[in-house]
Design a protein around this ligand. Structure first.
Ligand code: NAP
Length: 345
């Protein structure tokens, strides 16, 4: 299959970008990917080769940094579509909040500015469910794309705040200066599924902490999960479908699953790696009490409240998206990657 359309995917080293690049090349697209340093090019090439992509004639590289203007013109030149995936993913509490948020907000504005200048048709931004549903605590009402997280929400992590502010800034740009440039966002919940190499994203910490003995008891936090293969597919659909312009799309497999349920699932499906997986749960009141003193517990306390009755109907209805993996299948594939790349033993 050959396709002359050129797509820029930012952050080619990333867990999600790598899967998107793999799927685009498989579909015959011309792909350009941006890296913070071209020294990382070899790793990307080796990963794609290991996945059976034999010819890499359709793949090119450019060096860009979200916080600098250098090379963005070159990155966008001739591109019909831009998938703006790169953004710092971090879970520690940063010392300097402003500095931590800057690359996310500045980065998407830079991408949009240069995309408009170079006549790109559409930008699809990888945002986050954290920009949608973290202020929605009524568990009787389904969370949809019309919801927005309040960036001042108590307990909101700086990472989720960075994504919320970045998405808000992007829509604001589109409204005020985006004339002629199409835009859509994908808002994934926690992404698991298979990794194409030994790099796994921060979302894998959910599993790593349940395996490495660092957790003595599991907080009763509800979650939604989506498989990285489905997230990549959704980006490509949102890139191509005329009806995606101006829309946000939640990326989530059906249903919800709690941390204790994930722990039980691991123990049942992969007992050989679950010897340190805790069986006890942390009572909610303990987490809430700890939240008075500790930023991580404050975050945990917010996560206890977030409504996980989440709709994925919009992506299905408008884009014909049909996730291939259930939450359990995404967890299992992620566990298999952790074993394959010897991240857990
Ligand atoms: P990842 O593997 O950590 O990838 C992040 C990518 O962003 C890497 O390529 C990284 O480059 C790049 N990057 C970070 N800071 C940058 C900067 N200042 N300039 C240029 N590039 C920079 O994380 P991921 O899971 O694939 O995340 C991809 C996107 O999905 C992010 O926008 C994230 O917020 C979003 N998302 C992820 C999840 C999840 O559960 N994983 C859920 C919702 C949304 P280096 O390799 O050079 O560091």
């Amino acid at each position: 299959m050959k396709n002359s359309e050129l797509v820029l995917v930012t952050g080619g080293t990333g867990f999600v970008s790598m899967q998107i690049i793999f799927q685009l090349l498989h579909k015959g697209y011309q792909v350009r990917t941006s890296l913070r340093s071209l020294s990382k090019k070899k790793g990307v090439i080796n990963t794609l080769k290991s996945q059976g992509i034999s010819s890499l004639d359709n793949l090119s590289f450019v060096e860009t940094e979200l916080t600098k203007d250098d090379n963005w013109e070159e990155a966008m030149k001739g591109c019909k579509y831009v998938l703006s995936v790169a953004s710092p993913v971090f879970f520690e509490v940063p010392k300097n909040e402003k500095e931590a948020i800057k690359p996310a907000v500045e980065g998407i504005l830079r991408v949009l500015k240069f995309a408009k200048k170079e006549g790109v048709k559409r930008v699809v931004m990888t945002s986050n469910f954290g920009a949608v549903g973290f202020s929605q605590t009524d568990k009787n009402i389904q969370t949809t794309e019309t919801d927005w997280t309040n960036p001042k929400e108590k307990g909101l992590s700086i990472y989720e705040k960075s994504k919320t502010l970045a998405e808000k800034a992007a829509w604001d740009f589109i409204k005020k200066e985006g004339e002629g440039l199409e835009f859509a966002t994908i808002n994934p919940v926690a992404i698991l599924g298979p990794s194409l190499n030994a790099h796994t994203s921060g979302s894998f910490n959910i599993l790593k902490h349940l395996l490495d003995g660092s957790m003595k008891a599991v907080p009763n936090i509800p979650l939604n999960i989506v498989d990285v293969r489905d997230v990549a597919d959704l980006h490509i659909r949102a890139m191509k479908n005329p009806n995606a312009n101006g829309q946000r799309f939640i990326a989530s497999a059906d249903g919800q699953i709690s941390m204790p349920e994930i722990a039980t699932f691991i123990k049942t499906e992969m007992p050989e790696i679950a010897k340190d997986t805790p069986s006890k749960t942390v009572p909610d009141w303990v987490l809430k009490a700890a939240a008075l003193f500790n930023a991580r517990a404050k975050e945990g306390s917010l996560l206890l409240k977030v409504n996980r009755y989440v709709s994925n109907a919009k992506a299905k209805d408008i884009l014909g998206w049909s996730p291939i993996a259930s939450q359990e299948e995404a967890i299992l594939a992620a566990l298999q990657s952790l074993i394959k790349y010897e991240i857990v033993k």
